[in-house]
Structures are given as C-alpha cells and as structure tokens.
Design a binder for this molecule. Structure first.
Ligand code: DGL
Length: 215
C-alpha cells in the first residue's frame, strides 16, 4: 500500500498536490491543510517542528505512507530525525527547498530574488543553499501575503502587500523571482501586473512542478 500525504498550513500545498496529480494520475493522495494553525510564517522552529509532527501523525492515521511538506516554512523543521520518528523503512519526507534550489540553478545563472514567509527568511535556508551553489540571491519576506491569499484578499490589497518585493526585485535587478511560499503562486497575476506597470521584465518561477518531479 502506498499513499502520499501532503501537508501545508492551508491551500498553498494544493498547488503542489495538483502537480503531483498531473504526474501520478493514479497515485493515492491525502491532503492536510492546517487552517486551525495558519499562518505558519510567524512561528518559531520548535513550533514548526511540532506542527510538522502533528500533520504527519494525522496523515499517517489516514493511511499516508510517504510525506510531502508542501510548505517552505516547514523545511527548517523537516530534517532527518523527523523522518526517523516515523521509522517505517521507506518513510521519506520531501520538502520544498532542495528541489527548488536545484530547479532554479538549472534555469538561470542570473540574479534571483526569493519571496517567502518570515519563518523561511529567518531560517536562512534559501540564502545558504543558493550561496553554496555559487548563485547570486536575495531574499525578502512578505509576512502578510500567505494569509491574505488564504482569505481571498482583492487584487488591490495584494498589490500593496507585494509592493516591497517588486521594488526590491527592480533594485537588485533580479531576473528570476521565485515563489518561496506555496500560497504565493496563487497571486501570480498580481505579481505579473505589478511588474508590467513598472515596465520591468522578470520571470516568475513556481517550484511546485519541480517538487512534484521529486515526489
Ligand atoms: N505555505 C507556507 C509556505 O510555503 C506558509 C504559509 C503560512 O505562513 O502559513 O511557506
């Protein structure tokens, strides 16, 4: 029996689930969006660790045998010892950061800007990984964006929230903007319009497909 358990704080991971579904049409999937505890972005590592364990326990109780942490903010907590707690020999937790970094490095050698939650930016996880690859990267937190997307904020509101990232991308002359939070691709058109308005050309990269490939 093989069942993929996918989890996130809310709807963000559904973007990853959709990509997994496209690549594995017959796989059994079970999804957990932790709406009771969203947002994850402002939380500390220990809390994120506990929330990861809770999500995995819940998904396991629903039959999951493999796990996908479809939430960048959890990556810092998704470390080897965590998988060891779920000691079934084949248990593996796939997280967002490693597949994202390899996909981005394959795509460009130009300047990269990562937009993410506070937890992800504070952890330094992307900065470290990209620097190790010799890539030129900047990171910016958009602390309100995930929740605003979850609550279906209007375009105008979203535009104001993402404005600092748009400005930063222009300032650092980024060629590629990476959605380092799984909710953010749902605001892709808002990013697109904001850059268009500024007359700035940039590629927007959603790592969900790269993560699905890994899965
Ligand atoms: N979906 C999560 C991520 O990718 C975080 C959203 C939240 O703050 O809850 O980082």
């Amino acid at each position: 029996v093989f069942m993929i358990g996918i989890f996130d704080s809310g709807i963000g991971g559904l973007g990853v689930a959709i990509q997994i579904r496209k690549k594995a049409p017959r796989a059994d999937l079970v999804y957990f969006g932790d709406l009771a505890n969203m947002p994850y972005g402002p939380r500390k590592t220990e809390e994120l660790f506990k929330l990861t364990l809770n999500a995995m326990r819940f998904l396991k109780s629903r039959g999951a045998t493999q796990f996908v942490a479809a939430c960048n903010s959890l990556s810092v907590a998704v470390i080897a010892p965590l998988a060891d707690l779920f000691e079934t020999p084949k248990t593996r937790v796939i997280e967002m950061v490693a597949p994202t970094v390899s996909a981005v490095c394959e795509r460009t050698s130009g300047k990269i800007l990562i937009v993410a939650t506070l937890a992800t930016v504070r952890s330094g996880i992307y900065k470290r990984a990209f620097t190790q690859q010799g890539a030129s990267v900047d990171v910016i937190a958009l602390p309100e964006l995930a929740e605003a997307i979850e609550h279906q904020a209007c375009e105008k509101e979203l535009e104001a929230i993402i404005a600092p990232a748009v400005q930063k991308a222009i300032n650092v002359r980024a060629e590629l903007l990476v959605f380092g939070c799984t909710q953010f691709p749902f605001a892709r058109s808002v990013f697109l319009h904001s850059f268009e308005k500024r007359g700035y050309e940039i590629e927007l990269f959603d790592p969900s497909e790269a993560v699905a490939d890994e899965v």
